[in-house]
Ligand binder design. Structure first.
Ligand code: ADP
Ligand code: ASP
Ligand code: MG
Length: 411
């Protein structure tokens, strides 16, 4: 008998039939003697619908009020699942983030969990009840509703598992595990039996939205055994593990992540003097804009070109700030590009293998895909390319690193 936290995503609770199916599944686990805390997302599409309603009132909805609106989706599903369980003779109770008391900071729309009061949950579990908790939401110390950022129910699940010292946190979704890349883009993508926290964190932060970044961070920090599984198909899923040794037999690259979330800005003909990078990026950071990749060209004629990427949502704002800087420091021009994509290869195997980056560049060259920017770390290489080549690049890299299902079966 174990204490298990199970999180079901939006498509898994996307209709009454699905909610009934989830209830059947939970019932089976309960009848096997496990204590269960179930965390739910809103029905698929619901959070988008709520955001859209808010945007019909205002382009930039008041963040506090937006959280009041978008947090309602999860309240519907938890009540429905609790009813479906009770109908099956399983004692169950649903709680919102406020009722559990998932205490967060007051950063509306992207709040961080600070503390979870697990007393009420423990009492319910002791009394034999299944506890159904709303994902994605919490409450700040003044009682305001907060939400944890898109995909935040994963983080609720992991945080509850950490607080309750659960035996496992199971993330149920519409794929049967973490794949070498998004299976919707590459049909030959393969499910991984295991992936390290470190790799999963890179995959998540580089664009693989199968798990929210903060959920992986949390699981790594508190060593929560975490597994991604299909909601309605049996299977082992993917275990996220701290043990690097266990995955050493895997290929050099564990996965390929990508995103279309960034935009590129270049300031040309900047007088090349000490402090130039600070003069350019200082005002950007003062405007609260996060910068991802940075490239400064070798100077010629005592001037240099400086390029960096920001989130696409911040593009217009960054462009304005950079144009003002250009005038101030006497740069020649500012240009921008929103039609870019970032593709990254990720794997702890890179630590012990040389030549990984050049193999990546060769594969892209063979497809005549131009690389605009490069950044590397110990376990990843990222490139920025033209957005229209994104899928081609991901497929080419998947093949070049022997990740294709057919290729590996034939090994
Ligand atoms: P949920 O609503 O259950 O939280 P998400 O849509 O957030 O589900 O996450 C599951 C989706 O993540 C899959 O349908 C898949 O398209 C996408 N995805 C992206 N990268 C990967 C990957 N490497 N492995 C598995 N799924 C991935
Ligand atoms: N419902 C929220 C979203 O769509 C949270 C989640 O599903 O994890 O982002
Ligand atoms: Mg999700």
């Amino acid at each position: 008998m174990a204490l298990i936290v199970q999180k079901f995503g939006g498509t898994s609770v996307g209709s009454i039939e699905r909610i009934e199916q989830v209830a059947e599944k939970v019932k089976k686990f309960r009848e096997a003697g496990h204590d269960l805390v179930v965390v739910l997302s809103a029905m698929s599409g619901e959070t988008n619908r709520l955001i859209d309603l808010a945007r019909q009132i205002s382009d930039q909805p008041e963040p506090r009020e937006l959280d009041v609106v978008v947090s309602t989706g999860e309240q519907v599903t938890i009540g429905l699942l609790a009813m479906a369980l009770i109908k099956r003779g399983i004692p169950a109770v649903s709680y919102t983030g406020n009722q559990v008391r998932i205490l967060t900071d007051d950063a509306y729309n992207k709040a961080r969990i600070l503390q979870i009061d697990d007393q009420r949950l423990r009492e319910d579990l002791k009394a034999g009840r299944v506890v159904v908790v709303a994902g994605f939401q919490g409450v700040d110390q003044n009682g305001n509703i907060t939400t944890l950022g898109r995909g935040g129910s994963d983080t609720t699940g992991v945080a509850l598992a950490a607080a309750l010292k659960a035996d496992e946190c199971q993330i149920y979704t519409d794929v049967d595990g973490v794949y070498t890349t998004d299976p919707r883009v590459v049909a030959q993508a393969q499910r991984l039996d295991k992936i390290t926290f470190e790799e999963m964190l890179e995959m998540a932060s580089l664009g693989s939205k199968v798990l929210q970044i903060r959920a992986v961070e949390f699981a790594g920090k508190y060593n929560v055994p975490l597994r991604v599984l299909h909601s309605f198909q049996e299977g082992p899923g993917t275990l996220i593990t701290i043990d690097e040794e266990e995955t050493m037999e895997q290929p050099i690259i564990s996965g390929i992540a990508f995103n279309r979330d960034e935009a590129k800005l270049t300031i040309r003909g900047v007088p090349d003097t000490p402090g130039v990078a600070f003069k350019i990026l200082g005002p950007i950071s003062a405007a609260n804009i996060e910068v991802d990749m940075i490239v400064q060209n070798v100077s010629h004629d005592n001037t240099t070109d400086f390029t960096f990427t920001v989130h696409r949502n911040d593009y217009q704002k960054a462009l304005g700030v950079l144009q003002a800087t250009a005038t101030e420091i006497g740069a020649r021009e500012v240009v921008g590009d929103t039609k870019i994509a970032k593709v990254s290869i990720v794997g702890v195997g890179m630590r012990s293998h040389a030549g990984v980056a050049s193999r990546m560049f060769e594969a892209l060259a063979k497809e005549s895909i131009n690389i605009q920017m490069i950044s590397t770390s110990e376990i990843k290489v990222s490139v920025v390319i033209e957005e229209k080549y994104l899928e081609l690049a991901v497929r080419a890299l998947h093949t070049a690193f022997d990740l294709d299902a057919a290729a590996r079966q034939g090994e």
